[in-house]
Ligand binder design. Structure first.
Ligand code: FE
Length: 206
């Protein structure tokens, strides 16, 4: 079925889950009957993937950058610290915050499926669920990073964290230089979704 030139199947392989199959069947039916516009659906999903979801995480990161006590709390008990600013719920029950430093860059994957911290990052992007990312993030993280446009200094080690059913990770990227005196709200604008997965860095002030 034509889908506006979009390839929604690049992550499917032979292993669409029963739920995914059901969702696809339902979407096809609704589109066929003219109840929904597939382009509108894509916009909705895109919105949750890149705007609403990750904005929560961005506020957590910006708070950590501007409030040392909160950063400490995040290190000790990320679930409680994140819940304290109102982001809680399914897939976020056991959070661990990974602080990037000049010595260590953290990167998150779920090698088994697509575990992802929904309350802070929203829906996982398609590439996060794809087989290539799931296998290559572990085997050749630097090559994967390069494809995301990230080149780390040679002295920086890459540490890859495999999500499990129990634990979800949020990467706290390094605060970009040139942002002294910025408010948490301004800083949150520099925190990209990918920087909180570890496949990107926080944006530099333009
Ligand atoms: Fe998973």
């Amino acid at each position: 079925m034509p889908h506006d030139g979009h390839d929604h199947d690049d992550d499917a392989g032979a292993a669409l889950s029963p739920v995914a199959l059901r969702v696809k069947a339902l979407e096809s039916l609704l589109v066929e009957k003219g109840y929904v516009d597939p382009a509108a659906l894509d916009v909705l999903i895109e919105t949750y993937e890149t705007l609403i979801g990750p904005r929560n995480g961005a506020r957590v990161v910006a708070r950590a950058w501007t409030d040392p006590d909160f950063a400490d709390w995040l290190r000790r008990d990320a679930t409680a610290a994140i819940t304290s600013i109102g982001y809680a719920g399914r897939q976020g029950e056991h959070m661990v915050a990974l602080f990037n430093t000049p010595e260590t860059h953290n990167m998150v994957v779920c090698t088994l499926c697509s575990c992802y911290p929904w309350p802070v990052l929203g829906l996982p992007p398609v590439w996060y669920k794809s087989m290539p990312y799931r296998s290559r993030a572990v085997m050749e993280p630097r090559a994967v990073l390069a494809e995301f446009g990230v080149t780390l200094p040679e002295g920086t080690a890459v540490r890859v964290w495999d999500s499990t059913a129990e634990v979800r990770y949020l990467v706290i990227p390094q605060r970009p230089g040139g942002t002294e005196g910025w408010s948490a709200e301004q800083l949150a604008g520099l925190v990209t979704r990918d920087s909180m997965i570890g496949t990107g860095l926080a944006s530099s002030p333009a």
